[in-house]
Design a protein around this ligand. Structure first.
Ligand SMILES: *Cc1c(COP(=O)(O)O)cnc(C)c1O
Length: 229
């Protein structure tokens, strides 16, 4: 077994165990393999081990992999900060964007989604830790943004995403994820058909799954420590 396929198996094992501990069906939790900074061959290795969904943070790098590996039929998710002048290649090459945090970005993605492709799946990124430097909309702004994004023609609003402030304090991890879950529940009550809670990474996926994550984004535990940011 290559290290990547062994790592994938271990991560799936963690997901299954966390789901069982929470009384949830592991099938309700998708694994997004975050391949940023790793070469296409690492994606191929993970794909050979059965992984289908991959996450990328940087527009140029992500589009190059999505286009170069198109023959593999993988599903590409954009999860990094997105500037408005870089939306077009993302709207063209990706199936999902998890990091929509303002209307202008969503409007451009909708306008630039190529005709004939299915709607672009999007999540709103919400800043649940209140850090000034992090991207993501404020929780108080999320409802208005969600309703506006849901009305755009070529997008399908699927749910919410967060990157909480890193902490080893398990109670703190749970609290941040619960904030996102509660917000998602409120938006559902307001009539939005959301089915995705994108939360949990290598170090905190257990807490995220306990709080209702439907998709965990895992890089380091699959591919190893990154040398570049
Ligand atoms: C890098 C990254 C991940 C993966 O983080 P790991 O700690 O390597 O698992 C998940 N989500 C986002 C938005 C990222 O930028």
């Amino acid at each position: 077994m290559t290290p990547i396929s062994a790592n994938l198996q271990a991560v799936r094992g963690r997901i299954d165990a966390a789901a069982r501990a929470a009384g949830r069906d592991p099938a309700g939790i998708a694994l997004l393999a975050v391949s940023k900074t790793w070469p296409a061959d690492c994606v191929r290795a993970a794909a050979s081990a059965g992984q289908r969904a991959f996450g990328e943070n940087y527009v140029q790098e992500g589009c190059a992999k999505a286009v170069g590996l198109a023959a593999l039929g993988l599903e590409w998710h954009f999860i990094g900060p997105l500037q408005s002048n870089k939306t077009r290649p993302v709207a063209e090459a990706f199936a999902w964007v998890h990091s929509v945090d303002r209307l202008k970005i969503a409007e451009r993605l909708s306008a630039q989604r190529p005709p004939g492709k299915p709607p672009l799946n999007v999540c709103l990124q919400v800043n649940v830790s209140g850090e000034a430097t992090k991207s993501g909309c404020a929780p108080a702004d999320a409802p208005a943004l969600a309703h506006a994004v849901a009305a755009l023609p070529n997008l399908r609003l699927r749910g919410l995403m967060c990157i909480p402030e890193p902490t080893n304090d398990v109670a703190g991890q749970h609290a941040a994820f619960r904030t996102l879950r509660d917000l998602c529940e409120r938006l559902r009550q307001e009539g939005l058909p959301l089915d995705t809670l994108s939360m949990g990474m290598s170090h905190d996926l257990e807490a995220a799954i306990a709080e209702g994550a439907t998709l965990v984004r895992v890089g380091t535990a699959i591919f190893g420590e990154r040398n570049t940011p």
